[in-house]
Design a protein around this ligand. Structure first.
Ligand code: HEC
Length: 246
């Protein structure tokens, strides 16, 4: 009986200790503004979640960074600041949700050490940046594969600028879509590709009654990963205005 009582006390305490803090990596220039001393206690007060500040590079649940990753959360001190979630825990999500809520917005613009607002809110639909880690060797291989397999129709880079088919969108153009990576991951089911494309172990063989009308395109899933790594390095075409999705 006594043991049972002790366990009852221990379990909620240890679970609570883990659930009620997050590690937030904060770059020095942001710490120096004093903004975090103003902002973080306001979140902790509302949520009862403690925020442990850790240096950039240390293990963290969330990172405030100038590098485009995640979501722009505020603008000021000569930068756009992104909140990049490293660990999808409920407490990390709470912080992200709070920071982008009306209450979080009021806390951000309420920081006025000398009577002036220092940090502004991003525009309402600032884009969420898809972070694709760039692996230079893979991207270089993907560049060659793109020229070999896609370059007869698509302009993939300057290397085949004059060789693509004019009516076929260039890779730089497709790169302007916010969901460009989904389009590349699924290109083999998007028209016109299914009629002539085979991905090893992924697509079914061509129907013998409807063979490929042109020289077939045959790559592996690894080849496609390399192509996507290459496309991630392409600067989106500058269209002057954002592309409308079809
Ligand atoms: C035989 C010509 C041809 C080849 C080869 C080809 N494509 Fe395409 N691709 C097209 C055409 C045409 C379109 C435009 C389709 C449209 O606008 O409906 C297109 C569109 C796309 C799109 C955009 C799809 C969408 O719906 O947004 C992606 C992504 C794409 N191609 C990837 C590739 C990749 C990757 C390769 C090489 C592995 C490749 N394509 C090879 C002709 C080709």
């Amino acid at each position: 009986m006594r043991i049972f009582l002790i366990l009852l006390w221990l379990i909620p305490i240890s679970a609570g200790a883990q659930d009620n803090s997050i590690r937030l990596a904060i770059p020095d220039p942001l710490l120096e503004t004093g903004f975090m001393d103003y902002l973080l206690p306001r979140f902790s007060l509302k949520s009862a979640i403690r925020v442990d500040r850790v240096p950039v590079g240390a293990p963290a649940d969330l990172v405030l960074t100038r590098e485009p990753a995640g979501q722009v959360v505020f603008i000021g001190a000569d930068a756009q600041w992104y909140l990049d979630t490293q660990i999808d825990s409920p407490t990390a999500m709470r912080f992200a949700d709070w920071l982008t809520s009306d209450a979080g917005g009021r806390a951000i613009t309420g920081f006025q050490p000398q009577g002036d607002t220092i940090f502004l809110l991003p525009q309402p639909d600032a884009p969420v940046v898809v972070r694709v880690p760039i692996n230079p060797a893979l991207a270089a291989k993907g560049g060659d594969l793109s020229l070999d397999h896609c370059g007869r129709c698509h302009v993939v880079s300057d290397a085949n600028r004059m060789k693509g088919i004019g009516s076929t969108p260039s890779f730089a153009l497709i790169r302007t879509f916010s969901d460009w990576d989904t389009r590349f991951q699924t290109f083999y089911v998007l028209k016109p590709h299914p009629a002539f494309t085979q991905i090893t172990d992924v697509t079914d063989p061509f129907d013998p009654a409807r063979p490929s009308p042109i020289v077939p395109l045959h790559i592996t899933a690894e080849d496609l990963d390399a192509i996507i790594a290459f496309v991630a390095t392409i600067a989106p075409a500058d269209l002057g205005a954002p592309m409308q999705s079809q």
